[in-house]
Design a protein around this ligand. Structure first.
Ligand SMILES: Cc1cc2nc3c(=O)[nH]c(=O)nc-3n(C[C@H](O)[C@H](O)[C@H](O)COP(=O)(O)OP(=O)(O)OC[C@H]3O[C@@H](n4cnc5c(N)ncnc54)[C@H](O)[C@@H]3O)c2cc1C
Length: 292
């Protein structure tokens, strides 16, 4: 294990990343590291940096495609409970980046704090949601962030104010190695009203996406002024298949993987679709899914 020998209890070598992603596709990471808490995380990050080991961070894996070749570096998974703590302070909530977005929404709604409930149904963690500025037509997570604590690849903790961060459609300026936690500024509200709002958003969200047990991922970002799903439908790509991967016929902007699916199937399919949509509509689609 070389440079990481003193972290034996939290480091596993040559672990497949497929089980960590919704598509369940892909090869191994050289080191899978599951730290117990942030000081230990900072220390192991510094060791990786000093040893020249490339590093990446997993969230819930709902927006990741791992290539079969895997990742020849260290992959951090923040699943320890220490990374998922939530704490209310008046109208703000501090939340660890490893917490599930669904848990934060439930926490806020039951505490009578509104502002996140429209994000119900988006899978993944706070870290993943902040990195990609997750959102819906009702707004995105970047709108309610007050500050975030980040860990640099050198192992240093830095705090950034919301005013110094930039968020746009599925893009954030949070580009340090690790998002440790974030503080959200919320609106006080009545628990029953917020619960109702959350339930209504959940019903709408469920009507727009495949059932959760499926191995699914959002394929493309909505281009300015368009819905990716409509462009795919118009161009005849709903239900398009490559190997064991297809675009859903009912919800065309979702990739669905079946047994035997490979990252090559996904990449071939999305390349074919991007070229086809460009030829037929003149619009250039960009991937939503991140490829490792
Ligand atoms: C059924 C379904 C429905 C979806 N609906 C929506 C939707 O309505 N709106 C939407 O925006 N997206 C949607 N998505 C996409 C996806 O859920 C979001 O992009 C989600 O926010 C990704 O979070 P994650 O924790 O799974 O991140 P991952 O997929 O694990 O990672 C995504 C990126 O975030 C980075 N990351 C994760 N955690 C951290 C951290 N702590 N520090 C630094 N970087 C980190 C990773 O390195 C990677 O770059 C949907 C996906 C599915 C499968």
């Amino acid at each position: 294990m070389g440079a990481l020998s003193s972290y034996e209890g939290i480091v596993r070598e040559n672990q497949s990343l497929a089980p960590f992603t919704w598509l369940q596709i892909g090869g191994p990471t050289r080191y899978l590291i599951e730290p117990n808490e942030s000081r230990q995380l900072a220390s192991v990050v510094k060791s990786c940096f000093d040893a020249g080991i490339p590093m990446r961070v997993l969230g819930g894996g709902s927006n990741l495609l791992i290539r079969e070749s895997g990742f020849d570096g260290a992959t951090f998974s923040l699943t320890s409970p220490a990374f998922g703590q939530m704490r209310r302070m008046e109208n703000t909530v501090v939340c660890g980046a490893g917490a599930k977005l669904s848990h934060l929404i439930a926490f806020c709604v039951s505490a009578g704090l509104g502002g996140l409930e429209h994000l119900v149904g988006i899978p993944g963690t706070i870290g993943g949601a902040l990195r990609g500025n997750a959102g819906t037509d009702e707004g995105d997570i970047g709108h309610v962030i007050q500050s975030a604590r980040l860990l640099t690849k050198e192992g240093l903790v830095v705090e950034v104010k919301g005013a110094d961060l930039a968020f746009s459609h599925r893009v954030s300026s949070l580009d340090e190695l690790v998002i440790l936690d974030a503080t959200f500024e919320l609106e006080p509200g009545d628990v029953r009203g917020l619960t109702k709002r959350e339930q209504t958003f959940w019903i709408v969200k469920r009507s727009k996406q495949p059932n959760f047990p499926e191995r699914a991922a959002v394929a493309f970002v909505d281009p300015d002024g368009y819905k990716a799903s409509e462009l795919l439908q118009q161009s005849g790509f709903n239900g398009a298949i490559e190997g064991a991967v297809r675009l859903s016929s009912t919800y065309p902007n979702y990739l669905i993987a079946s047994d035997g699916a490979t990252s090559a199937d996904v990449l071939t399919l999305v390349e074919r679709v991007i070229a086809g949509v460009r030829d037929r509509t003149g619009v250039q689609l960009q991937l939503h899914l991140e490829i490792w």
